[in-house]
Design a binder for this molecule. Structure first.
Ligand code: XIL
Length: 378
């Protein structure tokens, strides 16, 4: 019994020392990421529900030390925040917003209207029959405005609609589109503007480097602008592979979007080192592929040549962001450490990926200092 207590005591001591140590490590580094980019743009990260619940203090210490912007990875999506009609669950989103406020971190709301992670009640009546256009518009309005009003003055900007353009530039035929028509997009922005006139409103999408998709987004934003809707920023998700997309194509999109008079935000950056089952997958979360051993090649560690390409890719993209610092207002990574990255489970469940800036031991990877060095030397 006594030995057990003693062991427990040492374990607690060890765990707290490790946590303390990691906090110190982040503070002792010559310069944090947020300081390195302070004059250029915000540097942000997504935080997951486990972290918001307070179960991962070591990672949260990194967030406080290194980042000055946050976004919730899942807890503000409609299936979580509004699981039953009229029943909102703000338990996690309140904690998330409180964390941002307590630590003086800029908060982004993600996401109000999206075809994924939307509960099925949204589109059907009590009998399970598809609702009318009028009912869906009223539901959209209530959803957007209830959430935005709760966080009025606390959340700087919102991803109002997410991923509404297909890779070929056409409108995605989501349930919102099918029931309401193209007009739902304009309405969503109008409801949002009315709920919190001071909040910034964003359009967010993946695979934005594809020329047809770029053209589709440009056409949609222009049309909205002609109808009097202003979009403050376009979010380029930036879920990258080691080779795709081509950085020149990405740059062309960045230029085209900023020529619309919108700011640019890099909203969900990560770089997967794993093979992609389909190069044109983008970030369509509904598509999943079967696990195969050869699709999970780095279960023990990453070979040196892969690390070198990974680092070069990060440096190339950050160099581009530095070049366009006048247009870019925020660069956000989609997660803090590799341990919890969504890329471990998408598009194939149960792989080991290494897409982020901090490793599974909560340590900054060598690329972090290289990114910082590149930023301050320019
Ligand atoms: C992802 C989350 O990271 C996962 O945890 C979740 O299971 C699915 O969604 N585009 C988006 C993000 O806008 O919200 C998605 O996040 C990734 C693609």
């Amino acid at each position: 019994m006594k030995r057990g207590v003693l062991l427990y005591f040492f374990m607690v001591l060890w765990i707290s020392l490790c946590g303390y140590n990691h906090t110190i490590v982040a503070q002792e580094r010559a310069m944090s990421l947020k300081d390195a980019f302070r004059e250029k743009f915000l540097i942000g990260t997504a935080i997951n529900s486990y972290q918001i619940m307070g179960k991962d203090p070591v990672t949260m210490a990194i967030v406080k030390n290194e980042f000055n912007a946050i976004v919730a990875e899942n807890c503000m999506k409609s299936e979580n925040i509004h699981p039953v009609e009229g029943v909102f669950d703000f338990s996690l989103s309140d904690r998330f917003v409180q964390f941002g406020q307590d630590n003086n971190i800029v908060i982004t709301g993600h996401t109000l209207i999206w075809h994924s992670q939307t509960p099925s009640w949204f589109f059907v009546d009590r009998e399970g029959k598809q609702v009318s256009k009028e009912v869906l518009i009223a539901r959209m309005k209530n959803h957007i405005q209830t959430i935005m009003k709760r966080y009025k003055g606390k959340i700087k900007g919102w991803d109002v609609v997410n991923e509404v353009i297909n890779d070929d530039g056409s409108y995605r035929k989501s349930k919102f589109y099918k029931i309401i028509g193209e007009e739902y997009i304009k309405l969503a922005y109008e409801f949002a503007r009315e709920a919190d006139p001071k909040a910034e409103l964003y359009y967010n999408d993946y695979s934005t480097a594809i020329p047809e998709k770029r053209a589709g987004i440009v056409a949609m934003i222009k049309k909205l602008q002609q109808q009097g809707v202003t979009i403050d920023a376009i979010g380029m998700q930036t879920h990258l592979g080691l080779k795709t997309p081509d950085i020149a194509a990405f740059e062309n999109s960045l230029i085209a979007f900023s020529q619309l008079g919108c700011k640019i935000m890099i909203t969900e950056m990560d770089i997967s080192v794993l093979p992609f089952p389909d190069e044109n997958l983008g970030a369509e979360i509904a598509k999943n592929y079967e696990y195969k051993q050869q699709m999970n090649p780095y279960q023990k560690s990453l070979p040196e040549d892969v690390i070198a390409s990974f680092e070069q890719r990060y440096l190339d993209f950050f160099k581009l962001f530095n070049t366009y610092q006048e247009d870019i207002t925020r660069v956000t990574l989609w997660g803090v450490t590799d341990a919890y990255s969504w890329k471990n489970n998408w598009p194939i469940l149960g792989r080991k990926d290494y897409p982020l800036l901090f490793n599974r031991n909560n340590e900054p990877k060598p690329i972090v200092d290289k990114i910082i060095k590149q930023s301050i030397s320019e």
